[in-house]
Design a protein around this ligand. Structure first.
Ligand SMILES: Nc1ncnc2c1ncn2[C@@H]1O[C@H](COP(=O)(O)OP(=O)(O)OP(=O)(O)O)[C@@H](O)[C@H]1O
Length: 316
């Protein structure tokens, strides 16, 4: 039974702990990531994402806990993993094509196979016309795309990408989004990211970690539903100038579900239209000019969940 279960997991982390002096970077994380899916690791700066990935790759040794890659202990599984680090690892003096073949030869990939694979990757990430161009002449977003290709030249079954969305221009963002989604049809793709919008669009599952611990793990839509089952109503205080404080006090007294978040009052509601009407009525009664246009009703997104769970914005 146990052996059978293992075959379905690309990565299993069991009770991982990592300390740096007094700081606990990873505080007992256990995760099972099933094969052939796109899995996002989310967390604010310093949450422990990179440390966890480095431990999964065998680059950093955990103080305790176990890692299994494709059912094997990490050393046995590493050749099946491709890592795309946060920093660009590119040889500026080689052309795009030369780098891909060079990476293939470093992994011992047969030359004809490497050439075919390099062509497929160039096609899939939209860089075919840059094949003969020096890496130093590529734009930032193109370099990041090349960085992803280099992690795939040995055709690993598990690909780990540390912040693949960081610093991408809109065009590169679309290439990377489509590429990762397609890749996850037959490989396990694990990304660490701050990009909630991308995660919502492409991830099959996501884990939110903070201070080295797992806060929640599920599909993006279940994560959202679990925290915000209803709609969100938001009242922006920006248009009210010096009356903002008075309005906050007035509405807090009448609508206990309304919470202040910065320059916004926010409530969750099954009937946001009715609530909006009640809020407007209250404001009118108090002689405050119609708040029409200041109220917005929307569905919650992953960023709302992240802020609710970690108490922090993404880039704080
Ligand atoms: N080599 C190290 N020595 C000492 N402390 C470290 C080391 N590596 C990481 N840390 C600390 O461990 C904690 C977790 O860091 P980590 O880089 O894993 O977080 P992260 O979630 O990847 O953050 P970011 O989103 O900023 O990349 C941080 O407090 C960091 O300062």
């Amino acid at each position: 039974m146990e052996g059978q279960g293992r075959e379905t997991f690309a990565l299993e982390l069991d009770g991982i702990v990592k300390r740096y002096g007094n700081l606990i970077a990873v505080d007992g994380i256990s995760l099972r990531i099933a094969k052939r899916q796109l899995y996002a690791v989310l967390g604010p700066n310093g949450a422990g994402k990179s440390t966890l990935i480095s431990i999964a790759m065998g680059l950093v040794k955990a103080d305790s806990g176990h890692v299994r890659l494709n059912g094997a202990s990490e050393a046995a599984g590493l050749s099946q993993v491709g890592l795309c680090p946060q920093e660009l690892v590119i040889w500026e003096g080689l052309t795009v094509w030369e780098q891909l073949l060079f990476m293939g030869s470093m992994h011992g990939v047969q030359r004809t196979i490497a050439r075919r694979r390099a062509d497929e990757l160039l096609e899939a990430l939209g860089l075919m016309d840059k094949k003969r161009v020096m890496a130093s002449a590529l734009s930032g977003g193109m370099k990041r795309r090349l960085n992803i290709m280099l992690a795939l030249m040995h055709d690993p079954s598990v690909v780990i990408l540390d912040e693949p969305h960081a610093g991408l221009d809109p065009q590169s963002r679309i290439w990377v989004r489509d590429f990762l989604k397609n890749l996850s049809a037959d490989k396990t793709v694990i990304v660490t990211t701050h990009d909630m919008e991308e995660t919502e669009k492409i991830a099959d599952r996501a884990v939110i970690i903070d201070r080295g611990r797992v806060l929640a793990e599920d599909t993006p839509s279940n994560l959202i539903r679990s925290v915000y089952p209803a709609h969100l109503l938001e009242l922006s205080l920006d248009g009210y100038g010096s009356q903002a404080e008075e309005i906050t006090k007035l509405l807090a007294a009448g609508f206990p579900g309304l919470m202040q978040q910065g320059r916004m009052l926010r409530a969750e509601s099954d009937n946001p239209l009715r609530l909006a009407g009640q809020i407007r009525e209250r404001l009118t009664l108090a002689g405050i000019r119609d708040g029409n246009g200041e109220i917005r009703i929307r569905n919650a997104n992953l960023e709302d969940v992240f802020i609710a769970m970690t108490g922090r914005g993404l880039r704080e």
